[in-house]
Design a binder for this molecule. Structure first.
Ligand SMILES: [Zn+2]
Length: 181
């Protein structure tokens, strides 16, 4: 391992111990050139298996990028995005698997995102869970409202979700439309 201080190509391990209940190994190293000490952490790569069957290492930046898109215009800062990505990784690692299907990464994002910003959550869920109708949004919003009641937190006054307006043409969804009186 190269020394991060003087870039000497070699260093010496002076201590090694398990951390995080054996999930990681921390090594204390010493540089023979400059004498400084540093720590390295070794952990198993968490693999994400895509639908094509190709697997790649779990990448927090990809989670951040995906969630950032859903958070456009929302009061969510970069720190919160990175925290969320960390939560997602922790949750997946805590499940004890070495490989996770990519769609489960999406699932693991939903819950912390709902805690972070409900509008962003709805956007993300609408894409990820392929909402296909206004009813899908309504159902999700109803569940969010029920959560507010259960949690005792007051409903957000300004939870303004504007799903695409239903088009009349050819839609036979509500034949006995009471909407027009
Ligand atoms: Zn050095």
């Amino acid at each position: 391992m190269r020394c991060p201080f003087c870039h000497n190509p070699d260093s010496r391990v002076i201590d090694s111990r398990e951390a995080d209940e054996g999930a990681t190994t921390r090594r204390r190293r010493s540089c023979p050139a400059c004498g400084r000490r540093f720590t390295t952490v070794e952990e198993a790569v968490l693999a994400v298996v895509k639908r094509s069957g190709v697997s790649e290492p779990f990448n927090r930046s990809k989670v951040v990028a995906g969630v950032r898109r859903a958070c456009q215009g929302r009061p969510v800062d970069e720190d919160q995005l990175h925290q969320l990505a960390q939560q997602v990784e922790d949750a997946i690692r805590a499940s004890g698997v070495a490989e996770v299907p990519s769609n489960e990464v999406g699932l693991a994002i939903l819950q912390p995102l709902r805690e972070l910003d409900e509008v962003a959550y709805l956007r993300f869920a609408s894409v990820y869970r392929a909402f296909s109708s206004v009813e899908d949004f309504e159902q999700e919003i109803t569940e969010l409202r029920m959560r507010h009641h259960r949690g005792g937190t007051p409903p957000l006054p300004g939870l303004q979700i504007e799903p695409p307006a239903p088009r009349r043409r050819g839609s036979a969804r509500s034949p006995s439309s009471a909407r027009d009186g």
